[in-house]
Design a protein around this ligand. Structure first.
Ligand SMILES: Cc1ncc(C[n+]2csc(CCOP(=O)(O)OP(=O)(O)O)c2C)c(N)n1
Length: 422
């Protein structure tokens, strides 16, 4: 933490506008009087830093140093790291532009590494353009990485030596904890903005550039498409978990949250986008969401141009403090801004936190129709997963944590003259 913080401060102090920087030292967690013994474990992953006099996180620019398309030494060094990687992992966090989704798909093809795509990357809920989902074998999506990491034994086996991360934010807490503990020899973060985003304090190379430029720089390296045990095992694990999920999700005869998350893609079509609410909705979609077959696009023509058999579908959300307020209104703003049919999925308590959004829905100016899906489990189901659910009495839980209610969402929609189905 100290190293990445100092490196970022030093970098910012030397960039325009140059000047002093302020370092905030966060209180340790948990903030109580318990003494924690110092352990050598906290030095894990620092071998490279001890061995040379480079900063832990190096900030690099994608600079060409000649008209012949030659890159600076630092970029060549990154290319070299990628070339030599034996167990590479491409991690795709939140990205919003369709061009970037394309660029990531092309990058994934070049690297031929397993790809872990976050729900907010748009590649998780990718729309499949032909009738053979998964036909594009050149990209190995590990969509079930979150569940795979539930197993300690499997987790200890997953040791990427190089991670390339596109887009800053990762939704899964489990994934973030894994990234903190897996110590790859290089962790390369690509994003266009200069701001720091390294909650796990693991980034060794921070490159401020677009995905497209980064992918273009790798074109020069003639990366070999290697088959490897690493990829094969991840593929088998992913498909085993995916089949298991499919079985359980469809074996239930009731409408469960995982079921909705699993099939919701089928409600999308054409150029539709999705807005996901916080609490369990985004977590469920991140765990159970999957690509969907788009019947409205002519996949046959696209295949001829040797491009992937899928296109990213924009998925947005309000992360940061992950508030449950104003989500419907944000989704409406997103629909206006993106000019797409937006499917907004929120929990019932979140929906009730923003009933004013319903009156905004009535104003149809400047946007396409929206679909709002409320996952109504009559309260904040997320609290049933917290330790408090094991200790507090049911009455206390219902009243103060789940904030259970019997408000009729359908009547609320009627009151706002919104068409609704149950
Ligand atoms: C503005 C705000 N208030 C309170 C919270 C704390 N909080 C997090 S999740 C949650 C419950 C959300 O319930 P719901 O939208 O029904 O989703 P579910 O938990 O059922 O998935 C609450 C109150 C918050 N994140 N933001």
């Amino acid at each position: 933490m100290v190293l990445t913080t100092i490196d970022s401060a030093a970098y910012n102090a030397m960039q325009a506008p140059q000047g002093p920087v302020h370092i905030n030292c966060a209180f340790r967690e948990p903030l109580d009087h318990s003494n924690q013994n110092w352990s050598f474990d906290c030095l894990r992953g620092l071998d490279r830093w001890f061995r040379n006099d480079e900063p832990y996180t190096r900030y690099l620019e994608m600079k060409m140093v000649s008209a012949f398309g030659n890159y600076s030494c630092s970029v060549i060094e990154v290319q070299d790291i990628i070339k030599k990687a034996k167990q590479g992992l491409l991690l795709v966090g939140a990205i919003h532009k369709e061009d970037d989704m394309w660029a990531v798909a092309l990058l994934a093809r070049q690297l031929s590494w397993p790809v872990a795509a976050d729900i907010l990357s748009g590649l998780r809920m990718r729309k499949v353009l032909n009738s053979f989902p998964g036909f594009d074998k050149s990209i190995l999506f590990i969509d079930q990485i979150d569940q795979i990491l539930l197993s300690d034994s499997v987790k200890s086996w997953i040791n990427p030596d190089v991670i390339v991360q596109i887009g800053s934010r990762i939704t899964s807490k489990r994934m973030e904890m894994f990234l903190e503990s897996c110590f790859p020899s290089s962790y390369i973060l690509i994003d266009t903005h200069p701001c720091r985003h390294d909650p796990s304090h693991v980034v060794t190379h921070r490159i401020q550039t677009s995905v497209a430029d980064f992918a273009a720089s790798l074109c020069q390296c003639n990366l070999e498409r290697k088959t490897s045990r690493w990829k094969d095992i991840l593929m088998v694990l992913n498909s085993a978990v995916s089949q298991e999920i499919m079985f359980h999700v469809h074996a239930e005869f009731s409408l469960t949250e995982p079921y909705v998350a699993h099939v919701i893609g089928e409600a999308l079509y054409g150029n539709a986008a999705m807005f996901v609410g916080n609490s369990m909705v985004i977590r469920d979609l991140n765990m159970f969401g999957k690509g969907w077959l788009d019947h409205t696009t002519n996949g046959g023509n696209m295949m001829m141009h040797n491009i992937p058999d899928f296109i990213g579908a924009t998925v947005s959300g309000n992360r940061g403090a992950s508030g449950i307020d104003g989500l419907l209104s944000t989704a409406i703003g997103f629909a206006v801004g993106s000019n797409k049919h937006v499917c907004c999925v929120v929990g019932d308590v979140s929906f009730l936190h923003d009933t004013n959004g319903l009156s905004l829905l009535n104003q149809r100016a400047q946007r396409k129709p929206m679909t709002v899906i409320v996952i109504n489990n009559h309260g904040g189901a997320i609290f049933s997963l917290l330790p408090v659910a094991k200790t507090a009495s049911p009455q206390i839980l219902q009243k103060y944590f789940y904030t259970s209610h019997d408000i009729s969402i359908s009547k609320l929609c009627d009151a706002h003259r919104q068409f609704q189905m149950q």
